[in-house]
Write a protein that binds this ligand. Structure first.
Ligand SMILES: N[C@@H](CCC[C@H](N)C(=O)O)C(=O)O
Length: 279
């Protein structure tokens, strides 16, 4: 099976095509491929599938084998993959995901290939009454949660996938592998949650560290960056236009006042290509 290893600011994925749209359960394969010692190593796998609702369809399966509804860094890489491989021949197109239809616009670099992608990520679900449509994601703004005797004020919203956030003075002090899973699997979140720790730098800039549902600590999270930008606006810490500083760079997020959609702009890159020999 031919694959391409790609990443968005270090959030990395194994890409391959399922040209017939087999609808297969790729859980086991995802666990195998994502293993950083015995596999290719990645935070998830992304499958390119034909669509009858959009120009093309994306499936994202986390490193633990769970299928997610959406992936922000993954979808920028996906847009690069389908444009650079000439599966799509226009700069603006549509991608079907389990969280709805997303609309990317690709920006071409000096090498003639996609270097940056802006995605219209749609509207965040911040209304508690709407969230149960996709399964409850948790409370909305500023609720207290007790983790091992410490009370954290959290904000939760659905940005394709469930996200929760809390604010810290210095996010580099957070022990992600210890604290992350305690939020992810807290009974308050029946579908689990991605957990984001935010440091407000100024009213246009935040720094974010994320523990992902099904993938653990990652170097960046696209839907998480969008959720944190929206949450920071709703909590009054920033305006609608926010730079999100991550370990390897920055994503620009715009929570548009006119249409209520969230626009994410950032890079997408290829690491290497290869062939996985099935046992
Ligand atoms: N890394 C992603 C999110 C991938 C899905 C997530 N782990 C989940 O299960 O909700 C991103 O960039 O958005």
């Amino acid at each position: 099976m031919k694959f391409v290893k790609m990443h968005g600011l270090g959030n990395d994925f194994v890409f391959f095509e399922d040209k017939n749209g087999s609808g297969k359960d790729f859980s086991q394969l995802a666990v195998q491929l994502c293993d950083r010692h015995t596999g290719i190593g990645a935070d998830g796998i992304i499958v390119i599938v034909p669509s009858d609702k959009a120009d093309v369809r994306m499936r994202i399966i986390n490193a633990d084998g769970s299928e997610a509804e959406m992936c922000g860094n993954g979808i920028r890489c996906f847009a690069k993959y389908v444009y650079d491989h000439q599966i799509i021949d226009k700069k603006q197109f549509t991608i079907e995901t389990l969280a709805g239809i997303m609309k990317p616009e690709v920006i071409i670099g000096n090498d003639g290939k996609v270097s940056l992608v802006t995605i219209n990520m749609g509207k965040p679900f911040t209304d508690r009454a709407l969230i149960p449509m996709n399964g409850p994601a948790g409370p909305v703004v500023d609720e207290p949660i007790n983790i091992d005797g410490t009370v954290y004020k959290i904000t939760s919203l659905l940005m394709g996938v469930p996200h929760t956030m809390t604010y810290m003075r210095d996010v580099d002090t957070v022990d992600l592998p210890v604290l992350g899973p305690k939020f992810e699997t807290n009974p308050l979140f029946p579908r689990k949650t991605n957990m984001n720790f935010i440091q407000v730098v100024d009213n246009k800039t935040i720094k974010v560290r994320t523990w992902e549902r099904g993938a653990g600590a990652t170097l960046a999270c696209g839907t998480g960056s969008c959720a944190c930008a929206v949450g920071s606006y709703l909590n009054g810490f920033t305006g609608r236009s926010v730079d999100v500083n991550l370990y390897l760079g920055t994503l620009h997020i715009e929570y548009n006042e006119e249409d209520g959609n969230v626009y994410m702009t950032g890079p997408a890159a290829v690491s290497f290509e290869g062939e996985w020999m099935d046992e």
